[in-house]
Design a protein around this ligand. Sequence first.
Ligand SMILES: [Zn+2]
Length: 283
Amino acid sequence: MKEVPMTRLDIHVHCDINDPEALQRLADQCRREGTIACLSGGLRYGGHDFLPNEEVIDICKRFSDCMVPLAKLDLWETADPAEVYHYAEKGVKGFKCIYPYYEYDHDIYMPVYEAAAKCGLPLLFHTGNYRPSPSDEIYRRPMLRNMNPITLDRIARSFQSLKIVMAHMGTRIFQDEASQYLKIHANLYADLGGSGQWFRMQAHDLAEMFKSDVAEVDVSMKNYRKLVLGTDAYVHAPEIMTMGAVYYMRLLRRIGVPNAIISEIMGRTVASWMNIELDNPEQ
Ligand SMILES: [Zn+2]
């Protein structure tokens, strides 16, 4: 079988199960579609627990040609920057933050982001909608307010070398304002993860959000450079990865985004932060 060039990188795939067959299926799919998947796991306080970081790292070692690990950071009543250095040493390519006890931009979390900036590793933040679960009654969390995209403003301006991705671009709740923050902060990016985002997003809506603030028509389309591929797939549901990429391509082609920017969005941008060499797309 001819090898497919690895041309894409999906920053947002959840490592929820360790079933060997499911992992093999995901790997086969990644290789077939030429996609490297960034897997994040991590325990949560309620909702659903995913696999522990250490296990995600091990899995990615077994499939190192097509999976790379992100470590989930624990932003609870305290947060420890040592965790960042620990996982950086273990070779993770970035970090995932979700479900913080306080707002993402709370003082006690700032040393954690500072550590990530020092390690030169990107951070993927869940932003926007989060479904209620029975455990919310115990923790009285999460709160949408704590995961509002505005909370990334302080982080982006305080650590300008830190690459930050707003997962879900704030979901429909915060999407319009979230898209505008991308234009303010050079180090702030977004994915359209989740079928609730890429599935419902229409080309004209995305075009309106990403429009230049000065020119009616910006032929450079440079604002689109702030999008990255992230599908919110799961190991148990890898087909989301396929569908998400199809929708991204459909949206970007319909808008008329140039191929060079499309290949940045579909992987080159994030790969460059992670020092990953992607192949050139076949002509
Ligand atoms: Zn997700």
